[in-house]
Design a protein around this ligand. Structure first.
Ligand SMILES: [Ca+2]
Ligand SMILES: [Ca+2]
Ligand SMILES: [Ca+2]
Ligand SMILES: [Ca+2]
Length: 484
């Protein structure tokens, strides 16, 4: 993260803007009368006869036509797929869930138990530039002096707590979720954080974007296998933390983690764009390298919602590596990498052009039509097939007292889970990296200081997959080959 201080007043303005518009009407769960006619009344999709599905797609009704080819494609690969509209989700779950997001979460829980769902694809982002959603997000209250509430899609994946019960992420039972203001005692405690299902989101804002990404997924899974370009891995990095700011910040942190990622990707040819040898000197270098196509790309540095970059060695100068404004120049048609981006806010998908008119949000890069990670993923004729990044501040070990772990480490774990442990379905790779991270850095929910556990919780809660979680990285040998 970058250490900037912003006036509390302006934080409150942001809070007011977001707060009133995102908290939905609630029902008091204890007042709900259980109706035994529930099953009869709603023609529940969960029939008494067990019918297995592997992939659950949830979307608003308006996108279902564009998603049909994806369902057909997945089933042709032997992945039993169920597409359910939000209308149906809310209808089936009308007795459960205090708001729309919680109803979706209860639905996912039931789908795991009744159908054996392993992957959940959420389709829908913002409705244009307004703070309205095609598919709801869960804002969690991991407050700090930069941002009061942040988006967590892990909420939809961490279905069960350590005892195997539904995990509401709201242990104090009020209208706020994941409440843990930095430096105070957590109000919502004992989230186990382990994903129980692999969740990815396509934050599409319209039908055209759904169509583009569905076409990309189908093309990727049926044409990538055995292609030479897939064996290239591009790493883009520099000196993330300047030693002149802190004597502990020796070496070039971005390049260090890029090398760790490369070491884990034994079968790949590394292509390095580093500030230290000036192979990274500007956006032209990145656009040129990416336009040849590659299996993976890993950006390690600093970000904001519309840009990513890093420093030359011990230099205050900041080199922009890629911005949303330049992504139209990417020419890697038919050759889409899996992208992991390390930086703050690259995947903050509640940005809006209207945020340009507020000085604070403009300075934070939130005044943009779309965030960096989604622009890259939904690009037609190039960009990525999936992008993993942070929806909020991306804390690194430099922010931790222990000087260990945090964002860069979970990224390296992702490459380890793929490259060493051969976990090749991207949602499973994402899930395995999170699990390894939580095993390594278990969260202490009882600290009352701004300690490392708060950072570890935020890292996993905000590390988000844009893409189809059932995507087989590298594609299928033949379209009829099943992943199992
Ligand atoms: Ca709460
Ligand atoms: Ca509370
Ligand atoms: Ca869990
Ligand atoms: Ca350094």
């Amino acid at each position: 993260m970058k250490h900037n201080n912003y006036k509390k007043m302006l934080v409150f303005v942001t809070v007011l803007l977001l707060f009133g518009l995102t908290i939905l009407p609630t029902t008091n769960a204890s007042n709900i009368k259980i109706r035994k006619t529930f099953v009869d009344k709603h023609q529940t999709p969960f029939s008494s006869e067990y019918s297995p599905y592997k992939l659950l797609i949830i979307s608003p009704t308006k996108f279902t036509g564009e998603l049909e080819p994806l369902v057909i494609h997945k089933e042709s690969l032997g992945i039993e797929t169920k597409l359910v509209t939000l209308t149906d989700v809310y209808d089936y779950m009308d007795e459960q869930g205090r708001d729309e997001a919680e109803k979706i979460k209860y639905f996912i829980k039931t789908a795991i138990e009744e159908w054996g769902i392993e992957y959940v694809l959420l389709v829908g982002g913002k409705k244009g530039q307004l703070p309205l959603w095609h598919l709801p997000v869960r804002y969690i209250h991991m407050g700090n002096n930069w941002e009061y509430e942040i988006i967590s899609d892990l909420y939809y994946a961490d279905i069960y707590d350590a005892e195997g019960n539904f995990s509401s992420w709201n242990s104090d039972g009020d209208d706020f979720f994941g409440e843990w203001f930095n430096g105070e005692e957590a109000e919502d405690k004992d989230l186990d954080l382990y994903p129980d299902v692999a969740v990815g989101r396509l934050p599409c804002r319209n039908k055209i974007e759904v169509k583009i990404i569905v076409n990309k997924i189908i093309e990727y899974e049926t044409t990538t296998f055995d292609k030479a370009w897939f064996k290239d891995m591009i790493v883009i990095a520099g000196d993330t933390y300047l030693e002149s700011h802190n004597p502990n910040w020796t070496g070039y942190e971005g390049e260090y983690y890029a090398e760790l990622a490369v070491e884990n990707m034994t079968d790949f040819n590394p292509i390095r764009l580093y500030t230290s040898d000036e192979t990274l000197s500007g956006q032209g270098d990145v656009i040129k390298a990416l336009s040849n196509g590659c299996g993976f790309v890993y950006f390690v540095g600093h970000g904001n919602p519309q840009s990513w970059g890093n420093h030359p060695p011990n230099d205050e100068k900041f080199i922009t590596g890629l911005s949303v404004q330049k992504m139209h120049k990417l020419r890697n048609n038919h050759k889409y990498p899996v992208c992991v981006v390390s930086g703050c806010h690259n995947s903050q998908f509640d940005v809006s052009i209207f945020k340009f008119f507020n000085r604070v949000t403009r300075n934070r890069g939130e005044g943009t039509l779309e965030c960096w990670s989604w622009r890259l993923t939904r690009k037609i004729g190039g960009g990525s097939i999936a992008t993993i990044g942070c929806t909020a501040l991306g804390f690194t070990k430099e922010d931790k007292d222990s000087f260990q772990g945090a964002l860069n480490e979970i990224e390296v774990m992702f490459f380890k889970q793929y490259g060493q442990n051969n976990i090749e379905v991207i949602g499973d790779t994402w899930s395995a990296a999170l699990t390894e991270y939580i095993d390594t850095y278990p969260v202490n929910w009882n600290i009352t200081t701004s300690g490392d556990s708060w950072i570890d919780a935020q890292v996993v809660e905000t590390w988000t997959l844009f893409g189809d979680p059932s995507l087989l990285i590298g594609g299928y040998r033949t379209p009829s080959f099943s992943i199992d």
